[in-house]
Design a protein around this ligand. Structure first.
Ligand SMILES: Nc1ncnc2c1ncn2[C@@H]1O[C@H](COP(=O)(O)OP(=O)(O)O)[C@@H](O)[C@H]1O
Ligand SMILES: [Mg+2]
Length: 242
């Protein structure tokens, strides 16, 4: 459903992403890992239309979406959560989720239907009932992550891009997030997830892709990738994430 061909992003004198090929099938969960600064967020930003590739092509559902704006790409069925969850500080959790429903991947819906959908999805992600009318700026990190996920899901994506969804969560909360990610996939959504905690990545991914200095250095099944010597030398050797 998604194919990246030779995607690069030049930022000033830096090749933040360098000639990356990547494909994803429907219903697949792909984990994207690599050291800080490897280009993971930049790659997700290009897929979601937040930034435009310097070169290369992005095909989604047999259509060339390279260079389309983020709102157009969202309507085609790609939604993203952000590494730093800061959008709409003055809206309530409920309103923020409604935005996803109103501007998502489907025909125009009424405010009443968007409201119903927001409640359904806040329930699905386990967002606490008593916090639904609390403003975004007054939520804690766990609640923020859930409402971001709810907003992304409310747009009914076919492909969900998750940037460090479990960063800042404790092990129990991370496990809950893993269960939720699997539940989302079971509803027919493909997921590309950036994550540092290897137990999370190993627990959810059908396939793992490793970036280093903007280049793809590995792409394969989880156990192949974590046993790949180049991956151990450049990434896994440095972290004690297990
Ligand atoms: N807007 C920007 N301006 C300048 N440099 C940037 C910008 N965005 C990313 N970079 C640089 O591009 C590289 C890749 O960054 P990023 O994609 O955020 O990496 P990751 O998410 O893997 O940690 C880093 O060296 C980062 O400093
Ligand atoms: Mg990042």
């Amino acid at each position: 459903m998604l194919t990246l061909k030779g995607i690069s992003k030049q930022i000033g004198g830096l090749r933040a992403v360098n000639n990356v090929d990547l494909s994803m099938g429907e219903n697949e969960i792909v984990g994207l890992v690599g050291p800080n600064g490897a280009g993971k967020t930049t790659l997700l930003n290009m897929i979601s239309g937040i930034s435009i590739p310097t070169s290369g092509t992005i095909i989604f559902d047999n259509e060339n979406i390279t260079g389309l704006k983020a709102d157009r790409i969202c309507k085609k069925g790609i939604a993203k959560t952000f590494q730093i969850a800061e959008s709409f500080p003055g809206l309530t959790a409920y309103e923020c989720t409604m935005i996803g429903a109103l501007f998502g991947n489907h025909r125009a819906i009424s405010m009443a239907d968007a409201g119903k959908k927001a409640i359904e999805i806040l329930d699905f992600v386990g967002f606490p009932m008593e916090k639904r009318d609390t403003t975004i700026k007054n939520l804690n990190v766990v609640e923020l992550k859930r409402v971001q996920l709810a907003r992304a899901l409310a747009s009914e994506p076919k492909l969900l891009l998750l940037d460090e969804l479990t960063t800042g969560l404790n092990p129990k909360e991370s496990n809950e997030a893993v269960d939720l990610i699997k539940k989302i996939r079971d509803q027919g959504v493909a997921i590309l997830i950036i994550e540092h905690v290897m137990s999370v990545i190993m627990g959810v991914s059908d396939r793992i892709v490793v970036l280093d200095y903007g280049e793809k250095i590995a792409d394969g099944r989880p156990y192949e990738v974590v046993n790949n010597q180049k991956v151990i030398d450049t990434y896994l050797g440095d972290i004690d994430a297990f």
